[in-house]
Design a protein around this ligand. Structure first.
Ligand code: 13P
Length: 242
């Protein structure tokens, strides 16, 4: 049932990239293969400065997203970007509640408001959750993630959850397929059958296949390995056929 959902392979470029990173047609040629467009969405979330210069998703099939947004539409919020602005620049998704933003002060309530703002703007929020290493060691991983989802998730029709254990982000430590399976099954119980649940945290071509094969893993949110189009393409190739 859950595997009928489209797989979403999302690259979060974080604070990397200048104008030389803006795609040329050859860059994304390998992101889709054979007839994978039928069941796969590839999404790039570049720094907002590059968003408006990327090739049109309607032509390339490569979707674009923001990395964060403000809860309001506009106003006196120096340095912030609204969901409406992201949409205007070509985004159809936005990441909210990334652990790097939570570490910088975003609360569950903030994430909830940002997710609501995304829906208001007509773009899909990717709501990130994940436990710290200390929380996992205390046996609290599922309770923490479940509470984060409860508090960060407004009533929405269309959204994506990204489970990113904090200790696996940028560390090279990946959660084992068993740990991911257990957590994603618990998240599935909480959010229902129609929501895509991504795994993030040191996803690489070498481990993508075993993670993407899990029943309730509907895609990946990728940092480091998403900065190179070749490794992103290899991860996209690991997406299972429906
Ligand atoms: P890495 O893939 O570099 O661990 O980053 C994961 C991440 O934070 C994606 O949002």
């Amino acid at each position: 049932m859950a595997k009928k959902l489209r797989t979403l392979i999302a690259a979060n470029w974080k604070m990397h990239g200048d104008m030389s990173w803006v795609f040329k047609p050859a860059d994304f040629a390998g992101l889709y293969h054979a007839d994978s467009r039928k069941h796969l969405d590839v999404l790039i979330c570049p720094p907002a400065t590059l968003l408006g210069s990327m090739l049109d998703p309607e032509q390339t099939g490569v979707l674009l997203g923001g990395q964060d947004c403000h809860a309001e539409t506009s106003g006196a919020h120096t340095g912030k970007i609204s969901a409406e602005m992201l949409k205007d620049a070509g985004a159809s998704y936005v990441i909210v509640g990334h652990s790097e933003c939570r570490a910088a002060g975003d609360t569950d309530a903030d994430v909830n408001a940002k997710a609501k703002a995304a829906a208001r703007a007509g773009i899909i929020p990717i709501i990130c959750v994940g436990e710290t290493e200390a929380e996992r060691n205390k046996g609290k991983a599922q309770a923490v993630v479940s509470a984060q989802i409860k508090a960060s998730l407004p009533k929405l029709k269309d959204y994506v959850i990204a489970y990113e254990p904090v200790w696996a982000i940028g560390t090279g430590k990946t959660a084992t397929p068993d740990d991911v399976d257990e957590m994603h099954n618990a998240i599935r119980e909480q959010v229902g059958a129609k929501v895509r649940i991504l795994y993030g945290g040191s996803v690489k071509p070498a481990n993508a296949e075993s993670l993407l094969a899990l029943k309730n893993v509907n895609g990946a949110l990728i940092g480091g390995a998403g900065l190179e189009m070749e490794s992103l393409a290899e991860i996209a190739k690991a997406a299972p056929q429906p």
